[in-house]
Design a protein. Sequence first.
Length: 73
Amino acid sequence: MGLLDRYYVIVHDLVLYFGYPYDDKVPDWIHPIIHVIFVIAPALLLGVVFSFVFRGLLGRFCRKDFGFDVCAV
């Protein structure tokens, strides 16, 4: 079982855990929606959270305590 196959098994198990069974009776348009909800949206949310954390850390370490801006480009 390759990495991509394992990815699909994990995503479909996650969908089943949340109460949305995915089998042959489900319409084909549901499959991309499942990936948007359970894969892409959390990945984008993590990206936003990491950018806020990075900006917060950068703001904390780039103060003008030394009389000049140490992070000026």
